[in-house]
Design a protein around this ligand. Sequence first.
Ligand code: NAD
Length: 475
Amino acid sequence: MYPNQTLYIDGQFIAADGRETQPIINPANREVLGHLPHATTEDLQTALEAADRAFQSWKHSSPMERSAILRKVAQLTRDRAPEIARNMTLDQGKPLAESMGELISCADHADWHAEECRRIYGRIITPRSPDVRQMVLREPIGVCVAFTPWNFPYNQAIRKVAAAIGAGCTIVLKGPEDSPSAVMAIAQMFHDAGLPPGVLNLVWGDPPTISDYLIRSPISRKVSFTGSVPVGKQLAALAGAHMKRITMELGGHSPVIVCEDANIELAAKMLAKFKIRNAGQVCVSPTRFYVQRKVFDPFLEAFTDVLKNVKTGDGLAEGVEMGPLAHERRVPAISGFIDDALQHGGKVVLGGEPLPGNGFFFPPTVVVDIPDNSKLMQEEPFGPVAPLVPFDTIEEVTKRANSLPFGLSSYVFTNSLQTSTKLSNDLEVGMVNINHFGSALPETPFGGVKDSGIGSEGGSETFDGYLVTKFVTHV
Ligand code: NAD
């Protein structure tokens, strides 16, 4: 049975009880799984006040206590993974094996934060006079408000929640209304792990109404958002107007550069499998494929060969490799990219049209012969669509890769040390993956530059956005 979804405020699970609700839809078959209660304005204010009250004591909690709770959540995540993963596949659509993978890697994220939060250090600065002591303290920033998306419901939320709680902050989180169950499970696990009331609060509702209320409130001190660039810019502007710290993990349009000296067969296979992960609804998905002219045809053939055999279907069905798009609005959005590519002279060599049936299915799609000014080469498709274009020189492809306002991730396939060094220096991105996919581990920083965001999550940087610096000097 799909679990009942509630609000979680001040340690209480709060059911609809007359509040507005919205249906939760299974994207594989449009079945209504349940109803999600929307927070009222009073609920939002109660959540902020609870977080503010809880902060007065949580900020003084021992790192050992925070660490123990995060460790417990890591263990509960592993214990409950089969059930949470199944519910996530039901409301988000990704294949069950991918949901399980997300859960297990998130247990590692909770463990990593449990370890690192015991190592939040300040420093002593050598004074000009021996009578003076100069100290730099790092203190939790205060009440955080966070907004997380539907593509990796558990992952995107646990990164923010674990960083805030580990740093000694409290948090009001708005999860993804389209795929709520995994975030609801996070609230339940922190509750079961003994987190004091008010440290974590979970609300749902109309995203712009909630973000506007929470960001404007004088109680909140920090805003963290993962989602699209336009929404990120709106929230960052509002946060700026109220002088609030931000972490923004926004969209990208990750270039893939396949050089003629790479292992083409292997690169094509690896990239095809990576492309269909979460039906391409991944901010670091490979999205612009630049293939050196000499190896363009063999790469296209090997890449398409893998994609044409991908089994698409309900994520709970045996052997399914790619599920539906997460919600109905993504289907016309993807079709719009294909229409524009065709208008620009592009050729669809695989897929290209939504699959018939009740779910929101779009097949793996490969497009060639498109110019760099087509929508598919300019905007993040956020779906299982791969545009492939040829390039001639490394200088030329670097310029083309850097030509967009985004700078999240990038992928390079080459056997030349010189080329890999040059590209890792010259690509204007937050992450460079050379001959493998290695981003998004708990111990490594994840984040973008340019329009793709501000700040990092994970790695030893993970608490930076949740701490303020205080200088203390005395004689
Ligand atoms: P969207 O821009 O409407 O929403 C994206 C996410 O932001 C959703 O989770 C939504 O609930 C939230 N959101 C929207 N407006 C908000 C607001 N004013 N305040 C707070 N949260 C708000 O688009 P969509 O159709 O849901 O998703 C499509 C686009 O979103 C994609 O093209 C992709 O670029 C982006 N996206 C990015 C990520 C990521 O991991 N960076 C994840 C999901 C979606």
